[in-house]
Write a protein that binds this ligand. Structure first.
Ligand code: PMP
Length: 414
């Protein structure tokens, strides 16, 4: 891939779209309209080629291999660690831990840091808008440690008010774990301010960046959080891999989460010593080709520039919101002025699952359900929403196709 440019005047989003072979598909005899990128993004040729190349040219297990293939494989695998650090604005690639995805990596923090440092009556603060991946791990650890969980609400438009969080913070607060961007509301959370509040009471601040790093430039030094995690498959990379950035001084204090090969220093039958971070947290054979593919995904978005991606997506989102607001039967769930990536909506007289099924007949892929955010659904007194989500390849014509599709929904169900 070349010539995608860095200056927004030169960015050719048509060309970028042509890098995604699957988008030329017909689904149900119609041109595919893919509006489900928040669940998982499609893959550009560069990523598919990198995966193929990893298997065709350099595949072998990583680390400690003395032969050429293993050295090549290890080199490529470790280069991605540097790319991920650079992508997140971190200066030390030893602060990047690979895992199977954000779910695994939040569980890692909960089980490692949480089980070591949380005491009875300590408090964990999350938000009502969190994905189950940033709720259930904290429940599991709080059941083991006797700590308590509090969730900061959002208002009827999905806005987060930092004062609501301030009211919950006290000396017992040990962890504040928040989404960068809500996968239902699209609300962008003020993570820098949240990190500052956490540090005022010596709590750690974790950012679930699954819906953040894919839409916005991220600089963990500027946010000044302690952990930031996201999954490759939402950033146009392969599934089965994600990264956690963690502050080295904190990682060094943390015990392993999973035990096995590659995470040790010395093993006796009744005891072991462990490798330094990041390897301490990476037991077993990793998804080698997928990590290499993830590196190609990072190159891909960096060639375009995350600021340019954000600007392009904001344009689509604005058009989307305007068009949806013209439909009187439709209400948008999540009307924050600072939104990114997703639009959830309800349609009078039509269940979200029926909307998704009717749109699918027209080749339009959206998602319907609780989006792994049941507490948020309950907060809004609903059981599900329809959700359209966009990516770097999205175009206004796709928004218009969905709006046309909603006319059929209205005819059939409204
Ligand atoms: N957090 C958020 C905000 C998400 O959107 C998702 C994926 N839907 C996750 C966490 C979990 O990501 P994964 O399934 O890749 O582990």
């Amino acid at each position: 891939m070349s010539g995608l440019g860095h200056n927004s005047d030169e960015i050719d989003f048509k060309k970028i779209r042509s890098e995604f072979p699957i988008l030329n598909k017909k689904v149900n005899n119609k041109d595919l309209v893919y509006l489900d990128s928040a669940a998982s993004a499609q893959k550009p040729k560069a990523v598919i080629d990198a995966l193929n190349d990893a298997y065709l040219e350099t595949y072998s297990n990583v680390h400690r291999g003395l032969h050429w293939l293993s050295e090549q494989s290890t080199f490529k695998y470790e280069e991605v660690r540097k790319k991920a650090a650079n992508f997140l604005g971190a200066s030390n690639s030893n602060e990047i831990i690979y895992g199977s995805g954000a779910t695994h990596l939040i569980n890692l923090i909960a089980n490692s840091w949480g089980r070591k440092f949380l005491k009875p009556d300590d408090e964990i603060i999350i938000t009502i808008a969190d994905h189950h991946a940033n709720i259930v791990p904290w429940q599991l650890v709080s059941q083991q440690t006797g700590s308590k969980i509090h969730a900061v609400p959002v208002d009827k438009d999905g806005n987060f008010d930092i004062k609501d969080m301030e009211r919950l913070i006290n000396k017992k607060t040990k962890i504040i774990s928040v989404p960068h961007v809500s996968n239902v509301l699209g609300t962008v959370f003020p993570v820098k301010e949240i990190a500052r509040l956490a540090h005022e009471v010596n709590a750690i601040c974790i950012v679930d960046g699954c819906q953040g790093a894919i839409h916005l430039p991220v600089d963990v030094k500027d946010i000044n959080c302690d952990f930031y995690t996201f999954s490759s498959h939402k950033l146009y990379g392969p599934s089965g891999v994600g990264v956690l950035w963690g502050r080295l001084s904190i990682l060094q204090e943390m015990p392993p989460f999973l035990g096995g090969g590659d995470m040790i220093d010395n093993v006796e039958i009744d005891n072991s010593t462990y490798a330094d971070p990041p390897h301490r947290f990476e037991a077993g054979t990793p998804p080698i080709a997928e990590v290499i593919g993830f590196g190609a995904a990072i190159d891909f978005v960096q060639q375009i520039g995350m600021k340019n991606i954000r600007d392009h997506e904001q344009k689509i989102l604005k058009h989307f919101t305007k068009k949806l607001k013209e439909i009187k039967e439709l209400s948008i769930i999540g009307n924050s002025s600072n939104k990114s990536g997703v639009i959830s909506f309800l349609f009078d007289g039509a269940h979200p699952h029926d909307i998704a099924t009717i749109l699918d007949q027209k080749g339009i892929a959206i998602r319907a359900g609780h989006h792994c955010a049941q507490p948020l659904m309950k907060h809004f007194n609903i059981s599900s929403t329809a959700r359209a989500s966009i990516g770097v390849y999205s175009k206004e014509e796709e928004v218009d196709a969905l709006i046309e599709g909603l006319k059929t929904v209205k005819k059939l169900l409204g």
